[in-house]
Ligand binder design. Structure first.
Ligand SMILES: CC(C)(COP(=O)(O)OP(=O)(O)OC[C@H]1O[C@@H](n2cnc3c(N)ncnc32)[C@H](O)[C@@H]1OP(=O)(O)O)[C@@H](O)C(=O)NCCC(=O)NCCS
Length: 166
């Protein structure tokens, strides 16, 4: 995985593959970012980190190395699927989520990029829309009773050639 120095308005970050010693920091970010039951536990993160088919990125402060965010993806029906993305509360709205998605786009070119998101999570949906994702379906009760979801997709496949073209 290539290290990608990023200049931010407030801090410079690098995005690279997670190391096993990053997992406790990622677990802390998970607890900040998701309600109980949706946050990945340290054990679940360890399993994902070990999976050969998964890509586990972290964003770090370029100066201190502090882990500020994570993105985990896998392959699903020929597509690249975002399984989890989260940014530390204190580091939000500094472009880190956007850069994690762009890094995934660059390093995992297989198929489209797909994900699911809670209908109430308009913050994440705004980020995804900005990055070119569109809603493709609604998933009733996907996140528990009364917590619906959307599937979203960023299409990276060339569309079919027009059959009416001369
Ligand atoms: C969603 C999340 C990963 C975004 O990370 P982030 O680093 O704060 O996002 P960015 O700074 O890259 O924001 C990119 C764009 O997303 C939108 N956005 C992000 N945070 C926003 C907020 N609080 N309010 C409104 N729009 C927001 C904006 O359009 C923003 O662009 P702009 O700042 O130029 O206006 C972060 O809020 C998070 O960890 N949330 C909790 C976990 C979660 O919901 N994960 C997604 C599950 S599907």
């Amino acid at each position: 995985m290539h290290q990608t120095p990023r200049q931010q308005s407030t801090r410079e970050i690098v995005i690279d593959s997670a190391r096993i010693r990053d997992l406790p920091a990622v677990a802390r970010i998970q607890r900040e970012a998701f309600r109980r039951g949706l946050a990945y536990s340290p054990v679940a993160l360890g399993v994902l980190w070990l999976l050969p088919a998964a890509t586990f990125l972290v964003a770090r402060d370029a100066g201190t190395g502090e882990v500020l965010g994570n993105l985990i993806s896998d392959r699903h029906r020929g597509n690249t699927r975002i399984v989890n993305i989260a940014v530390a509360l204190a580091a939000r709205r500094q472009g880190i989520g956007r850069q994690l998605i762009r890094e995934l786009d660059a390093c995992c070119p297989e198929g489209d990029v797909v994900l699911s998101v809670e209908t109430e999570n308009v913050t994440a949906q705004r980020l995804y829309e900005q990055e070119g994702f569109v809603r493709t379906a609604m998933l009733r009760d996907y996140y528990g009773p009364g917590h619906h979801g959307y599937t979203m997709k960023k299409s990276r496949r060339a569309g079919p050639a027009s059959v009416t073209a001369p």
